[in-house]
Design a protein around this ligand. Structure first.
Ligand code: FES
Length: 151
């Protein structure tokens, strides 16, 4: 067997194992994460470290009270990448107050679920989003204070 063939075999068996655990949406968002970026001077910024020790960051751009773009970064697992990717898709175009109401369950539903041991990864994404919205609301009326924000 050629090296290329054995690599393809390996790839196929890894994919088959992933499909046993994760929905197609999770696999898609994990392999092709949307909105994966750390941006400069966001209007809202959240960084949360979950009990598992992994960290997520969410960056928001807001115009007239609506989220025009959301990006994320994480050093976490595949489920956290999929959750960050999905939550940044879910908030785009939403009002900030409405966005703050997005829950762990909303993310799980949009992803088609996660295995029991990865449920907290969606919670990490929901909590990070809440933190980013809180940050936006805190600085909304006094944008100059952003210059002193520690992050
Ligand atoms: Fe830590 Fe998924 S975010 S295990």
């Amino acid at each position: 067997m050629e090296i290329g063939d054995s690599f393809k075999e390996l790839e196929k068996s890894v994919m088959e194992d992933m499909k046993k655990l994760y929905s197609e949406k999770v696999i898609d968002h994990f392999l092709n994460p949307r909105n994966l970026a750390q941006i400069q001077a966001p209007d809202g910024f959240g960084r949360v470290t979950g009990p598992c020790g992994d960290t997520m960051e969410i960056y928001l751009r807001v115009k007239n009270g609506r989220i025009t773009s959301a990006t994320f970064w994480t050093d976490g697992c595949g489920a956290s990448i999929a959750s960050g990717s999905m939550v940044t898709e879910l908030v785009k175009g939403r009002g900030v107050v409405e966005a703050q109401k997005i829950t762990q369950n909303d993310i799980l539903n949009a992803l088609g679920g996660l295995p029991e041991e990865s449920l907290h990864c969606a919670l990490l994404a929901a909590n990070t989003l809440k933190e980013a919205v809180r940050d936006y609301l805190a600085f909304k009326n006094e944008p100059w204070k952003r210059a002193y924000r520690v992050r």
